[in-house]
Write a protein that binds this ligand. Sequence first.
Ligand code: BGC
Length: 804
Amino acid sequence: MGNAYGHFDDDAREYVVTRPDTPLPWLNVLGQDELFGLCTNTGGGYTFWRDARLRRLTRYRYNDAPYDSVGRYLFVRDGATVWNPGWKPTKTPLDRYECRHGLGYTRITGAKDGVEVELLFFVPPGEDAELWRTTVRNVGAVTKELTLFSYVEFCLYEALNDMTNFQRTYSIGEVEVDGGAIFHTTEYRERRDHLTMFGCTGEIAGFDTSRDAFVGVHNGLHEATVPFAGAAANSVAHGWNPIGSHQLDLRLEPGAEERFAFVLAYLHDPEPREQGRALLARYRDRDAVESAFAALGERWESLLSAFQVDCPDPHATRMANTWNPLQCMATFNLSRSASLYESGIGRGMGFRDSNQDLLGFVHLIPERARGRLLDLAATQLADGTCFHQYQPLTKQGNAEIGGDFYDDHLWLVLSSCAYVKETGDDSVLDEPVGYADTPGSGETLLHHLETSIAYTLSHRGPHGLPLIGHADWNDCLNLNCFSTEPDESFQTAGDVEGSVAESVMIAGLFLRACDELAALYRHLGRDEDAKRVDASSAEMLAVVEEHGWDGEWYVRAFDAAGEPVGSHTCDEGRIFIESQAWCVLGGAGRENGRARRALESVREHLGSEHGIVLHQPAYTRYRPELGEITSYPPGYKENAGVFSHNNTWITLAWCLEGEGERALETYLAICPSAREEAIETYRSEPYVYAQMIAGPDAATPGEAKNSWLTGTAAWAFVSLAQGILGIEPGYDGLRVNPCIPRGWGGYRVSRRFRGVLYEIEVANPDGVSRGVRSLHVDGREVAGDVIPLAAGGPVQVQVVLGAN
Ligand code: BGC
């Protein structure tokens, strides 16, 4: 199994890269709390604290050639040969190379000429530091005299300024060297109360802090002056480009081993230098490094124990148990801000994105999900619209993009309800969050949810459907922008005031949000409010069925001229995926068979071997009345690409229809693990979802792009855990409502819910797709399909599927 570049090691919960020249850099995300490192399979990437734009500690060059040429590097000089354990930047051929991406760590091992160097990169839990545990072994037969040089390039913190404002930045860079501690002190004298330290716990023979001195003004890193010369220049940077590099001289007898650590830390104590020195002193003790790494492992095992499955599909099992939660951790923390495809200076935290990301994360660390909900709600405006994005450090809405994406507010209803169902913590609803334009006004989170529903109700178009604003979930369906000006953004151009463009997808999302809010009200004992919300939902449902149905599927939208988008009457873009998904998830078509018809139409018209494409036929010319969607070449991104995110909604929709085979088929079509063998085409990491897989209309069908930061992570988890495996958190307990392929004999899930572990065993003796015939909890039969809330545990649950 595996492919030419690597394979899964399921027992170790690692992906093992066995060749460094992967089709694209394959990334891991280090860090769980506040300090994060993007780390590729050659050690490339950068480190930042909380906010990749405002607190970037090390530098990266996006759109570089070759890709991924800046990172955390160690040069090994052995005689006249200079090599790197991660192959880059020298690309000196190695005798052996291996990179193991694991849960919050990456371990790169390179060997050459009888020397083996292992670099273990990780961020200890709760620490604002990235550790590089370094082990150098003489595995040959002769004594080795080695010189090692570490390397990071500092970023002057504000990443946009750092890569644009050279007339200033080339004069402000400052460093201090204190033994093994290299402090990056730029701007510390004036406005900053923080430093970066790149320290080494080993014995230092030299250092460098000037890139010009270490690399050479006219050199690339692969031919850096100092490693090839074999001696540090002991340079002190004054302006230009500060770096951190240590020289270590090692003499190793055959069989001998040296171990030390590099520490890349963000220091923000009142005495940051003291803090840095103390950190180095602590990690000089090898056991401290080992226990920090052990703590990381324990932390992940504890997080993962919130949901583990053993089911007949190996891809689903592997993704749900390890990789999907790892990716959910990354999307929760980073939203769409920083990856190899998100530059960390643009988008910050997306309102709709982060609300959805929370759905796949809330069971892992509910307290953090709570904080996020309140942060998000605080960027909603009193009228119900929301800042589309906010900056993670300041938590302030991003004024450049503004708001008026008329789906945004509704996702807050879904995420808030998911949180309360997961935790039973009703108190969050009474938190006085206020609104972004009336901070301190003290309106509660529940008030925000009401405001969200009210906004959609009062912003409807001629058919009675919700207005779309700049766009709904599909940021590129811009029905009000009419852009003919290449220098403006599709997503902010145009006037939404007075427009009549409507979204059927938002209508479906609204139905779902109403269902959620009504259920919440019932849980709170507020039946009158529940009925009121139900009535709004019923009214919208009637509108959807009257104006949204096209004959074989749901229309996508009505444009600013009132013309349908995603209708059989269109020449291109006749059917779209999103309105089918959300109308079905919102309960439309349930009584009249349209839901099933719509899903069959999706399969028939949008299905492909690479997943379900966003619409068909692809747009072949630019249409100002539809916006950015028509600007992409056919088959890519929102123009009929396989947008992984919305495929997961179809998985869930098939579950509502009780079609287990279809649900799993949809789940697997975009599952990265299931694409591992097609890697030459797929190219991206086989262990995390990518935002987009090129569709059949593209020149490169099946090629994945933009891995890691996608809402697919959360929804893939929800669609598998709650849809297919059917373990749904509810207000009164865990509901068991599977929708599996008939061929599955059964499966096991262990689920931690409100602090109690439930060991659930599902048997399917009759080969059905759904329907609980019996439910036993700790040996006692329980009527219905809800496992009542328990205390203590572990609770043993036996479920038998079949006809009653
Ligand atoms: C954005 C999402 C959006 C999706 C579809 C992503 O890049 O982050 O907010 O829903 O594209 O357009």
